[in-house]
Design a protein around this ligand. Structure first.
Ligand SMILES: Cc1ncc(C[n+]2csc(CCOP(=O)(O)OP(=O)(O)O)c2C)c(N)n1
Ligand SMILES: [Mg+2]
Length: 141
């Protein structure tokens, strides 16, 4: 097959994939769809200089797919195989580097929990107090 024909069939294949609209989602009345929330976040902040950080899980995928990045180096993520709890400290670091910009951590509920130890440590250090915790075998007890 000539390179021209190969490009042509590749283009058709890509068109067929695009036609599936694999990112399409159904709006619901009972919940705010995460995809919609991220689309709105983009729409409402697009006039600002925005940096996005993420945690790990489904939300970095939605952030990549539904926040329409318009500048390079604006998406700070630990990646799909990265560490939960990355986003909040990353947000603080990016905000310190870009004090006039808007920095947003798109986080999942479980990843936020992973940052609680850091918040606790920061709060305790800032207050100059000490803190102890007990060790338990499971959550919820
Ligand atoms: C420190 C750490 N522990 C465990 C994991 C494995 N892990 C990856 S995603 C995930 C769940 C993430 O849930 P949530 O933050 O609620 O994100 P969602 O998928 O709901 O967007 C877990 C446990 C990890 N990546 N990092
Ligand atoms: Mg979650």
């Amino acid at each position: 097959m000539s390179p021209t024909r190969r490009r042509c069939s590749t283009g058709k294949q890509i068109d067929a994939w695009r036609a599936r609209e694999c990112l399409r989602y159904k709006a619901r009345k009972d919940v705010i769809m995460p995809q919609y929330a991220i689309e709105r976040l983009h729409a409402l902040t697009r006039h600002k200089d925005v940096y996005i950080t993420t945690e790990v899980g489904q939300q970095p995928m939605w952030a990549a797919q539904f926040f329409k990045f318009e500048e390079p180096n604006r998406w700070m993520t630990s990646g799909g195989l990265g560490t939960m709890g990355y986003g909040l400290p990353a947000t603080i670091g990016v905000q310190m580097a870009h004090p006039k910009s808007l920095v947003i951590d798109i986080a999942g509920d479980a990843s936020v929990l992973m940052t609680m130890q850091k918040c606790r440590r920061g709060a305790v250090s800032a207050a100059g107090s000490r803190s102890s915790s007990s060790t338990i075998s499971t959550w919820g007890w």
